[in-house]
Structure formats: C-alpha cells, structure tokens
Design a protein around this ligand. Structure first.
Ligand code: 5GP
Ligand code: ZN
Length: 113
C-alpha cells in the first residue's frame, strides 16, 4: 500500500529503530514510547487488522513474539510486558496496517495503566 506508513517503514522509505526482522515480520520501536522499549510487531504483507489476518500470517507473527518479548525484556530491564492490539477505529486503531504493541512494564508508575 503506497500511502501506508508501516509499508513505507518496511520498504525503507521511512526510518525506524528495528528490534527484529525476518523474511515475513518486522519489529521496531514505537515513535511515541508509552514505556521504554515500546515496540510494534508487524507482518510485512499489508493486512489492515485482525479481521483481515489469515492463519499463515498469524502463525508467522505469533511464532516470533516470545523471542522479541524476551529480547526487549532483557535489553530494557523490564519486569513484565503487556501485549495490546487495537482493531478498527472504534477500538482506537490509528494505523491501518496490523500491529501488535509490546509494552514493557517497570512498576506501578511507569506511565501505562
Ligand atoms: P494504534 O493506535 O493504531 O494501535 O497504534 C499506532 C501506533 O503507531 C502508535 O503507538 C504510534 O505512536 C505509532 N506510530 C505512528 N506513526 C509511526 C511512525 O512513523 N513510526 C513509528 N515507529 N511508530 C509510529
Ligand atoms: Zn501497510
């Protein structure tokens, strides 16, 4: 999708701080960090949301989430992590290329509740 910012990040037309990459999946730091190490995990194919997600892409994406989560936890010294996924504008989705938020947690006053 030519006007999708996450497709532009995948193509290298927009910069990003990459956390993980393989043939199918990219993870990069969110530009607006809810907590330190806040990361987005996306498929390289343009899928709008969970409702448009096929089983194969879902399997590829979720198979690398634990590995990415562990790497972030270690790198940033997080004590826990929330996974969040907004699907559709009514659920607060703002970028319509599927993404899983990985939000590291550090304590009660870490900025996310
Ligand atoms: P949503 O509300 O759709 O679940 O979340 C979209 C997320 O994308 C937001 O947390 C926002 O900060 C992040 N975001 C939007 N534009 C960019 C960008 O150009 N680069 C990066 N790294 N993150 C972005
Ligand atoms: Zn896209």
């Amino acid at each position: 999708m030519s006007d999708c910012i996450f497709c532009k990040i995948i193509n290298g037309d927009l910069p990003s701080a990459k956390v993980f990459e393989n043939e199918d999946i990219l993870a990069f730091l969110d530009i607006s960090q809810i907590t330190k190490g806040h990361t987005l995990v996306i498929p390289k194919v343009h899928i709008e949301d969970l409702f448009g997600m096929d089983e194969e892409t879902a399997a590829k994406l979720f198979s690398v989430v634990p590995e990415i989560a562990k790497a972030i936890k270690e790198e940033f010294g997080a004590k826990g992590m929330n996974l969040l996924n907004n699907n559709g504008s009514f659920a607060g989705q703002e970028v319509f290329h599927y993404h899983m938020h990985l939000i590291p947690r550090y304590g009660q006053n870490d900025g996310f509740s």
